[in-house]
Design a protein around this ligand. Structure first.
Ligand SMILES: Cc1cc2nc3c(=O)[nH]c(=O)nc-3n(C[C@H](O)[C@H](O)[C@H](O)COP(=O)(O)OP(=O)(O)OC[C@H]3O[C@@H](n4cnc5c(N)ncnc54)[C@H](O)[C@@H]3O)c2cc1C
Ligand SMILES: *[C@@H]1O[C@H](CO)[C@@H](O)[C@H](O)[C@H]1NC(C)=O
Ligand SMILES: *[C@@H]1O[C@H](CO)[C@@H](O)[C@H](O)[C@H]1NC(C)=O
Ligand SMILES: *[C@@H]1O[C@H](CO)[C@@H](O)[C@H](O)[C@H]1NC(C)=O
Ligand SMILES: *[C@@H]1O[C@H](CO)[C@@H](O)[C@H](O)[C@H]1NC(C)=O
Ligand SMILES: *[C@@H]1O[C@H](CO)[C@@H](O)[C@H](O)[C@H]1NC(C)=O
Ligand SMILES: *[C@@H]1O[C@H](CO)[C@@H](O)[C@H](O)[C@H]1NC(C)=O
Ligand SMILES: *[C@@H]1O[C@H](CO)[C@@H](O)[C@H](O)[C@H]1NC(C)=O
Ligand SMILES: *[C@@H]1O[C@H](CO)[C@@H](O)[C@H](O)[C@H]1NC(C)=O
Length: 604
């Protein structure tokens, strides 16, 4: 048992019910404790595991997080400050390897470094994924438990629809019957954009190409509708403010921050396999290094870049490759670190005939100060805005013919899944250029949501404090480039609707010059970036070569599971925090079933 004197008590002015948290600032306070479960990483996957598994008072859980416990930091809480979190104290500050598909540019690859993980620095769009996305998971794992229908109880356990901060009438903006009483409050955006009505008008003007969709979280995303965001009362909701906040006062849960897991190690053998219940950790490259052993399971939730990093450091990976780094192989599992994939992103910008955009807010300190004081007063105003208010999920027309022409099968999961995504925003967006000093803008960001290229995670060195090599293979083949090209053409078609005729002036920058397919491709390769949705680097599958079994156990080991976005065999055609929460909800059930703990949910 822990004495209160050994605990660091942080008073957290949470809007949610819980006001006191027990968070240890380093590992020395916990080394003599006994834990059944050790969870590595406090992001979307890890927070769900720590929270759900500690619901049983007899299960002792430790959550280890490399970043800090400062998840209520002002810049994290203000939705509109999300961009300030990239290259901040809350970012791992990764950069990709040169991306061939991006003309060999190396781009920033943000990952959350704080309790809440990437949910504490993301753009907050909440997507569940589609019927076809999950049914494909069920097919490739041979486990019907991953189908949309089987996952439905878990899907409903995650989100809870709340009123937007401006309390506007949300009738016609989502379907309330699809949402239940989950742990993650979400809302449609609580500050209107000047272009909202034009987007809706476009769905009426061009319904065949751009149909309206009342609620993209129904399992069928296709069409345009209102974004649901992990925002409540105008403040960011992260895995820390939701799943962890409700668990922090439990005496059977400890959380330690500022502590990096450097490897997992075997403590014996069972069923002829190494039992990976040992965890090594440190606060600095020069040590000291500490170890702890879980009595039941170690769960890796360090995310798609770091979970494979930890596994490779632990000697779980391709033996030939590991030997080149001087790492002794314990489990020869060549798929660890392979098949990394992500959604390519590209912002396309127009100049507009209006000053009712968000641009002035981003360059006028007086307006920014006004927005800040309004937000501080009651959470309202433009600072309550996440990425945007609306988005669209679209399929390439005549997809079969289109992909036949490229010599491949349609890469997407099925008719409820999009090939590409559109996010309209009434302001300047670019990943390659700064906001111009003058002018007002409109942008449509395009994402390739059924990418086919696959990259990998590998090691720069055997030093655990060295960043891994990250190759998400963005636009890594002709198919993904062709989907992006269609997405940009569709963005141009979107603004041909009458709703935009008195509003847009002209395409801005390189976009204006991208008038032929060849010029378009050059523009795409010069300007595309990441949607920050890496997945698949430690994927589950029924095949013996897959890194994980369908119940998320690392193949060839006992006592070791992976519960985060790295486990996805295919990227969902939606943003990835929702699918990570959903995967983790089922994972918590699978672990509880193995430990013999009843949790009220039937089936696998
Ligand atoms: C800038 C950005 C924008 C995004 N926008 C959206 C969006 O709008 N909508 C959406 O759905 N998704 C978005 N995402 C993606 C989404 O946040 C992730 O898919 C999701 O958080 C993945 O969950 P995870 O558990 O796999 O990893 P994470 O949430 O990243 O959590 C991993 C955790 O493990 C910790 N960790 C890593 N290594 C170690 C170690 N060695 N020891 C201890 N702890 C460790 C990390 O610090 C982190 O806290 C965005 C992501 C980013 C970065
Ligand atoms: C918020 O981010 C800005 C930079 O965008 C920085 O100047 C400021 O110090 C940050 N505030 C906090 C509380 O971290
Ligand atoms: C990332 O960079 C920022 C800004 O330079 C720095 O403050 C922060 O400590 C870095 N993060 C890590 C994990 O090193
Ligand atoms: C927030 O405060 C502002 C300024 O006092 C006010 O105009 C607005 O109605 C308030 N909004 C809410 C949701 O309380
Ligand atoms: C909200 O709008 C709908 C549809 O326009 C209308 O039927 C309903 O009465 C409105 N609700 C409120 C509380 O005003
Ligand atoms: C914004 O535009 C309106 C109408 O076009 C104009 O009256 C007003 O002065 C403009 N405001 C600014 C700050 O430019
Ligand atoms: C910034 O906004 C304030 C408040 O609307 C306005 O008075 C001021 O002129 C603006 N400054 C510039 C440089 O546009
Ligand atoms: C990762 O991918 C790159 C680029 O395809 C390749 O050169 C490299 O060998 C791969 N590394 C591993 C460890 O698979
Ligand atoms: C577009 O092309 C023209 C002619 O080649 C060139 O002069 C101009 O600088 C280009 N504009 C941009 C923004 O690249």
């Amino acid at each position: 048992m822990l004495g209160f004197g050994e605990r660091l008590l942080l008073s957290l002015a949470l809007i949610a019910a819980h006001a006191v948290a027990t968070v240890f600032e380093g590992p020395t306070d916990i080394l003599n404790n006994i834990y059944d479960i050790i969870v590595v990483g406090g992001g979307a996957g890890g927070a769900v595991m720590a929270s759900r598994l500690s619901e049983d008072p007899g299960t002792r859980v430790l959550l280890i997080e490399a970043g800090s416990g400062d998840f209520l930091n002002l810049n994290i809480s203000i939705p509109a400050r999300a961009e300030s979190l990239v290259r901040s104290a809350f970012d791992w500050n990764f950069t990709t390897t040169p991306q061939e598909g991006l003309n060999n540019r190396q781009i920033l690859y943000p990952r959350g470094f704080v309790l809440g993980g990437s949910t504490a620095i993301n753009i907050m769009a909440y997507c569940r994924g589609t019927v076809d996305d999950y049914d494909r998971w069920a097919r490739v794992t041979g486990d019907e438990g991953w189908s949309w229908k089987s996952l439905s109880p878990y899907i409903l356990k995650v989100d809870r629809m709340t009123a937007p901060v401006d309390h506007h009438n949300t009738s016609g903006q989502f379907d309330p019957t699809l949402h239940d009483d989950g742990l993650v409050p979400i809302s449609v955006e609580g500050f209107p954009l000047g272009t909202d009505s034009r987007v809706i008008e476009t769905t009426q003007d061009l319904p065949d190409q751009f149909p309206f969709n009342l609620d993209y979280n129904s399992g069928d995303t296709i069409g345009f509708g209102w974004i649901q965001s992990t925002i409540q009362h105008g403040r960011r909701v992260s895995a820390a403010t939701s799943y962890l906040a409700v668990a922090l006062d439990r005496t059977n849960l400890d959380v330690v921050v500022n502590t990096r897991v450097t490897k997992v190690f075997p403590v014996g053998r069972e069923q002829g396999k190494p039992v990976f219940r040992g965890v090594q950790m440190a606060q600095a490259a020069e040590g000291p290094f500490y170890t702890l052993t879980a009595s039941k399971e170690v769960i890796l939730s360090a995310g798609s870049t770091n979970t494979p990093h930890i596994l490779l450091l632990s000697g779980i990976g391709d033996s030939q490759y590991l030997s080149t780094l001087g790492i002794e192989t314990i489990v020869d599992l060549p798929s660890v670190g392979q098949s990394l994939h992500d959604h390519p992103f590209l912002a396309n910008t127009w100049t507009v005939n209006s000053n009712n955009t968000v641009d002035d807010l981003n360059r006028n300190a007086t307006l920014a100060a006004e927005a800040l004081s309004l937000w501080q007063a009651n959470g309202s105003g433009p600072y309550s805005l996440g990425g945007s208010t609306q988005f669209g999920w679209l399929r390439i027309p005549e997809a079969e013919t289109f992909f036949q022409g490229l010599g491949v099968d349609d890469p997407n999961a099925g008719p409820t899944s999009a090939h590409f995504e559109h996010i309209p925003t009434n302001g300047f967006i670019s990943t390659t250029e700064a906001l111009p000093a003058e002018g007002h803008f409109f942008a449509i960001s395009v994402g390739v949501v059924s990418p086919t290229a696959r990259g990998n995670i590998s090691l720069h060195s055997a030093d655990p404090f060295d960043a891994p090599l990250i190759n998400p293979a963005l636009l890594g083949n002709a198919v993904d480039l062709a989907i992006m090209r269609e997405g940009v053409k569709a963005a141009r078609a979107f603004v041909k609707a009458p709703a935009w005729s008195d509003y847009l002036i002209s395409e801005f920058g390189d976009f204006a010059n991208a008038t032929t397919d060849a010029a378009l491709d050059a523009y795409i390769r010069n300007n595309a970036d990441t949607f920050d949705h890496p997945v698949g680097s430690v994927a589950m599958g029924k095949d013996g070569s897959a890194a994980l079994t369908p119940d998320l156990k690392v193949r060839g080991t006992v006592g070791l599971r992976v519960v985060d976005a790295s486990a996805f065999p295919f990227i969902p055609s939606g943003h990835t925090q929702g699918p990570t929460y959903i995967l983790a909800e089922r994972a918590a059930h699978l672990v509880r079933a193995d430990l013999g703990i009843w949790d009220g949910l039937l089936g696998g």
